[in-house]
Write a protein that binds this ligand. Structure first.
Ligand code: GDP
Length: 366
């Protein structure tokens, strides 16, 4: 439109019309694809089954993602990989921080590679719930393994509850097996609930212990010892050899007081040194003996079947929990009830019943 002051009655003044300003935001930005498009599940499966590590890593990233679109692709990939899975030795490794897990995994892993196997190292790290970052399974901790070809190292999935993190690791096992990894290590810190989760997804559970503190047996929870199929005393080197042997003897006599294991296998106690690579072959011979034993008596298959059932229920529990807690109406009501419980106006049980009743009613109306 012509500017009003350009009218003939205003003389001596002309106002030029303005020039359109370029936008301050690049208009083409939205046209650019933001992220790589999701690969079709069949392409990922094809790559995984061929042993392509890039496809495997991408699929694992999708498994770990919280986004529903990623989850959908991940579930389809897992489903298609299932027929190719199962063909591995799944070994859980636990021990307190400093017990020498990464040093030992480096050595155990090299031993496996020498025998011609392939190895995936996964981890379940409960501390990652708090820190949102994880230490276990970190490549930098396994110097020898991290530069090998037939090795896939993946740190712990970090987001979500322990159950959720553990489920993702279990799904990753399926993918690794489909990619031809015939040895799977699942590492965890021996300090809490996570051993139970690891125990429920492995065939053999190895507990790494240290000697020399004098109170070895008090230091560990009975439950963890009960789960162990093998206990190994690390750092049996230098002037620590006698103490390590003494600790081994103490563990052996403690184990004798335990009820017989479900598998019929008697857990063995061995000494070794991860740092100096001493006794590694002996530890592996024990694990070989275990597999021979449980494959002979049928316990191997039975344990895997039971684990599959356990994970079915775990997944149902997780989905129910998520559906409940992620509902915005439930969240709002929970907040209100929580306040009243905190100020002693309402009992915990009545508050819980009110919220669950509300949830069930809402579900029934749908
Ligand atoms: P993690 O926290 O359980 O993974 O333990 P690391 O593998 O990081 O080991 C903790 C420390 O113990 C490191 O300083 C290692 O060098 C040391 N270490 C590990 N294995 C041995 C061993 O067999 N003998 C000795 N003397 N030291 C070891």
């Amino acid at each position: 439109m012509e500017h009003p002051e350009n009218d003939s009655k205003y003389t001596g003044l002309t106002v030029n019309s303005g020039v359109a300003q370029p936008p301050s935001v690049n208009p083409y930005l939205n046209l650019r694809p933001r992220r790589k498009p999701l690969p079709p599940p069949s392409e990922l499966v094809e790559g995984i089954v061929k042993g392509d590590i890039t496809a495997l890593a991408r699929a694992v990233t999708l498994v770990e993602s919280m986004q529903p679109a990623h989850q959908a692709v991940a579930q389809e990939v897992i489903e298609k990989c299932l027929p190719h899975s199962g063909n591995s030795r799944r070994i859980g490794i636990t021990g307190v921080p400093g017990a020498g897990k990464s040093t030992s995994i480096d050595e155990f892993g090299m031993h496996i590679l020498k025998r011609g196997g392939k190895l995936a190292v996964l981890a379940i790290d409960p501390s990652s719930e708090r820190t949102k970052g994880s230490i276990l399974g970190d490549k930098t901790r396994m110097e020898k393994l991290s530069v090998q070809n037939d090795v896939f190292i993946r740190p712990s999935p970090s987001a979500g509850s322990l159950g959720g993190v553990a489920r993702k690791t279990r799904e990753t096992i399926v993918l690794c097996e489909a990619a031809g990894f015939d040895n799977i290590f699942v590492e965890t810190v021996g300090v809490g609930q996570s051993e139970t989760a690891v125990h429920s997804m492995v065939d053999f559970f190895l507990l790494i212990q240290l000697a020399g503190t004098g109170d070895e047996l008090q230091g560990i929870k009975r439950g963890i010892m009960e789960m162990a199929d093998g206990i190994v005393i690390n750092k049996c080197d230098g002037d620590n050899v006698d103490r390590a042997k003494l600790a081994a003897a103490q563990f052996r006599s403690a184990l004798m007081l335990f009820p017989p294991t479900e598998s019929g296998w008697t857990p063995e106690v061995l000494c070794y040194s991860g740092y100096y690579g001493l006794g590694i072959a002996e530890v592996w011979d024990m694990i070989d003996r275990y597999f021979e034993f449980v494959q002979g008596n049928g316990y191997f298959d039975e344990r895997r079947r039971k684990q599959a059932r356990y994970w079915m229920y775990e997944t149902i529990n997780e989905q129910l929990r998520n559906n409940f807690y992620q509902n915005p109406d439930v969240q709002e009501l929970l907040l209100a009830k929580e306040q009243r419980v905190l100020s002693n106006e309402l009992s915990s049980f009545i508050a819980a019943r009110d919220v669950t009743d509300f949830y069930f009613k809402m579900k029934n109306e749908k």
